[in-house]
Design a protein around this ligand. Structure first.
Ligand code: PBG
Length: 357
């Protein structure tokens, strides 16, 4: 190619993906030689050239476990989602396994909450019990545990609170110890991966150190690295009974306005030893999934949160959307953006749909 022409193309394509640059150099002509519709004619042809694929092995199913037996309490805002006792949890997890969902993400609802979140790190805590049972009954299923204090704190915040007469502060450093203790208790119970979701600074390092000191050098950390203070968590707070009793989470979760800061958060968690990084929510934050994967190249998870699930369920129940189609399309979009791992309340249904074709 003539040097001048090549330089012009290089200039034009600066900052664009290399594929576009190649196309510009190779392409002989436009229409009618080029007809993109040629490759869209049949399902087999479309599948052959599909750039992104969804498969069951990318899915993680979140589950809510509470004490008792034969308990199956529906979460009103999330049709198809239940708070379950450990025996019912095994049934839910078995169903997921049947359709090849490889992993669950556990949240616990303790029978009692206090100001130290003692239920979060109790050896006989509900998550610890559930992990032991799951690993015994379904040893091949990956058990990921959400590491946070909000479900166990009487005030519903993700950290230790100091109250003055007028104000309340969420304390960072005193919280780290409790989080590390929680993660360790999960690992001791047999958790395959621990997933801190609190957004305190330095929690990944604190957890890594505590795990390593106790011989759990091989337990991976999936950090909720860029977790935003999002209104899309609304239904989850009913499911996990974790709504803050005062104030909101904006002093620790991220401002939805910030993307550069999200990249810094991810960088810090990786420096502290995170093995997998998560972006949460997913659909409204696809730009960050893309940037995090492109920038760091680490295993990247997207969390399709409760509100995303509820919106699609509600509109589908009214006949306004096709549930299966919108769920699959939105998860595919997360994959296209760069997510390797998809956390969704619809995981079992999605895995079944994929199998049914
Ligand atoms: C706990 C936690 C939350 C979610 C996951 N872990 C709630 C919150 O931060 O308020 C949200 C999940 C969802 O909405 O599906 N810190």
């Amino acid at each position: 190619m003539i040097e001048v022409e090549k330089r012009r193309i290089d200039d034009d394509c600066r900052g664009r993906p290399p594929s576009l640059l190649c196309a510009r150099m190779i392409v002989p002509a436009g229409f009618p030689t080029l007809r993109p519709r040629r490759l869209r004619q049949t399902p087999a042809l479309r599948r052959l050239v599909a750039e992104t694929r969804l498969s069951a092995e990318q899915l993680v199913l979140p589950l809510f476990v509470r004490p008792g037996s034969k308990v199956r309490r529906p979460v009103a805002a999330m049709p198809g989602v239940f708070q379950v006792s450990p025996d019912e949890l095994i049934k839910e997890a078995t169903r997921a396994c049947t359709w090849n969902v490889p992993a669950v993400l556990l949240f616990g609802i303790p029978h009692r909450k206090d100001a130290r979140a003692s239920g979060a790190y109790a050896q006989s805590g509900i998550v610890q019990q559930a992990v032991r049972l799951l690993k015994k009954e379904l040893p091949d299923l990956l058990v990921i545990t959400d590491v946070c204090l909000c479900e166990y704190m009487d005030h519903g915040h993700c950290g230790v609170v100091r109250r003055d007469k007028k104000t309340a502060r969420i304390l960072n450093d005193p919280t780290l110890k409790l989080l590390a203790q929680t993660a360790l208790s999960h690992a001791e119970a047999g958790a395959d991966i621990v997933a801190p979701s609190d957004m305190m600074d330095g929690r990944v390092r604190a957890i890594r150190e505590r795990l390593d000191k106790n011989g759990f050098v091989d337990t991976p950390i999936m950090s909720y690295a860029a977790k935003f203070a999002s209104a899309f968590y609304g239904p989850f707070r009913e499911a996990a009974e974790s709504a803050p009793q005062f104030g909101d989470r904006r002093s620790y979760q991220m401002d939805p306005a910030n993307a550069s800061e999200a990249l810094r958060e991810v960088m810090l968690d990786l420096q502290e030893g995170a093995d997998i990084v998560m972006i949460k929510p997913a659909l409204a934050y696809l730009d960050l999934i893309y940037r995090v994967k492109a920038e760091f190249g680490y295993p990247t998870a997207a969390y399709a949160v409760s509100g995303e699930y509820s919106m699609m369920k509600a509109a589908s129940a009214k006949g306004w959307l096709d549930e299966r189609a919108v769920m699959l399309e939105s998860l595919l979009a997360m994959r296209r953006a760069g997510a390797d791992i998809l956390i969704t309340y619809a995981a079992t249904d999605v895995a079944r749909w994929l199998k049914e074709g």
